[in-house]
Write a protein that binds this ligand. Structure first.
Ligand SMILES: C[S@@+](CC[C@H](N)C(=O)[O-])C[C@H]1O[C@@H](n2cnc3c(N)ncnc32)[C@H](O)[C@@H]1O
Length: 238
């Protein structure tokens, strides 16, 4: 191997190379955060419309949510709904007897949730403001799909760390394999206007399963259902 192509141990990198790599990492993180912040800004503007349109859920989703609630009721303890949006699931989980709190980045979504009289906190689901090992249950519906792909593995590892041993995960996220901006289909109807985008990351089932297992989860069930998207509904144990 030519000396110039030989891998160099990080410890022996010249300071200039280390600085360069540091800057590249920072720039990548900034781009990822920009995707998240623009998506949040869209949710701030469509929150009321989103809430109105997301009240009805399909029977398979309802069953999935009920099974997650039963999983956690059996072991008892605090639950977080990460990316809770306007709080539809949070209200149902609390009515089922769970001590659940919602976390979301969008102030607009949280304002709608507060009308439901459910406890919510503004925070980022990639680093939720929760103590490690503090949760018996972690629920997240249609929110991991907004985490930029380079950050998904770390996010799932963080989620695993928030759960106590034997804690339960209920995750619903979209399948498809591609990433990109998508126009909010109903935004043109409201005062928000017709040019609002969200960044989506649609997962491949095999890759998602592998990421969950790498994060430390033991998967107990995987179901797929199709509505306007195809969804993966995963129950898992930490
Ligand atoms: C499609 S909505 C889903 C809302 C609700 N869970 C549901 O099933 O209807 C996605 C939600 O994820 C939130 N979200 C996106 N990225 C987030 C992040 N990094 N941290 C916290 N919330 C985030 C959005 O603000 C939005 O409320």
């Amino acid at each position: 191997m030519h000396a110039a192509n030989r891998p160099v141990a990080p410890g022996s990198w010249p300071a200039t190379v280390t600085r360069q790599l540091g800057r590249m990492r920072t720039q990548t993180a900034l781009v990822d955060d920009e995707l998240v912040q623009q998506t949040r800004a869209t949710y701030d503007r469509v929150a009321v419309d989103y809430d109105r349109r997301s009240q009805e859920v399909a029977a398979p989703f309802e069953q999935f949510r009920a099974r997650f609630a039963a999983d956690v009721l059996a072991i008892r303890g605090p639950v977080a709904d990460l990316g809770c949006g306007p709080g539809r699931d949070l209200a149902v989980l609390r009515a089922a007897g769970l001590n659940a709190v919602g976390i979301d980045l969008s102030g607009g979504m949280l304002a709608v949730a507060r009308h439901r009289d459910v406890p919510v906190v503004q925070g980022d689901l990639r680093e939720p403001p929760l103590q490690p090992g503090s949760l018996a249950g972690l629920w997240s519906s249609a929110a991991l799909l907004h985490v930029p792909r380079p950050e998904v593995a770390a996010t799932l590892t963080t989620w695993h760390g928030l759960l106590r041993l034997g804690g339960r995960l209920g995750l619903s996220t979209s399948l498809g394999g591609q990433d990109g901006w998508e126009l909010v289909p109903y935004a043109g109807e409201g005062p928000a206007g017709g040019d609002l985008h969200r960044w989506f990351v649609h997962h491949d089932q095999k890759d998602l399963t592998a990421l969950l297992e790498q994060a430390g989860f033991t998967i107990t069930s995987v179901e797929q259902r199709t509505s306007h998207r195809t969804w993966s509904q995963v129950r898992a144990v930490a």
